[in-house]
Design a protein around this ligand. Structure first.
Ligand code: HEC
Length: 106
């Protein structure tokens, strides 16, 4: 391999890794993929789901009382009618919880 070819390969690999990290850390994309169906696009569940499952909006006082760590535990272990969300790394759980919390502030 020539020197310039090698630097192209290294450069390409760097972009792949950076791209994957960027995706992994997008709390918004993770939220849309894993939470939105029950919690709603803006953190407010649709009335049917809220009634049947008992999901409270992200900006409700009881939800705002939860700490970041408590929310991460809910995502990992589930709670009541919410089953655990599998397949997320710790960093992804944190990113999605931070995004969810940001919805509660709006
Ligand atoms: C299949 C539907 C469903 C999905 C998907 C879902 N949730 Fe939930 N979530 C619920 C329900 C139902 C509750 C209410 C649980 C209870 O208290 O019985 C809840 C409660 C919560 C709570 C509050 C827990 C508490 O102490 O009251 C948080 C925080 C939460 N969800 C975050 C998330 C996040 C973040 C995601 C995505 C990673 C997610 N949820 C995905 C249904 C869902």
């Amino acid at each position: 391999m020539t020197k310039s070819m090698r630097s192209i390969v290294v450069l390409a690999a760097t972009f792949v890794v950076a791209g994957a990290m960027c995706f992994a850390q997008s709390g918004e994309a993770l939220y849309q993929a894993h939470c939105q169906s029950c919690h709603g696009p803006k953190g407010v569940p649709n009335p049917g789901i809220a009634k049947i499952l008992g999901v409270m909006p992200a900006n409700s006082p009881a939800m705002k009382k939860l700490t970041e760590a408590e929310m991460m535990a809910v995502v990992k272990n589930g709670k009541g009618k919410m089953h655990p969300i599998h397949g997320l790394s710790d960093a992804q759980v944190k990113a999605v919880v931070l995004y969810f919390r940001s919805l509660g502030k709006k």
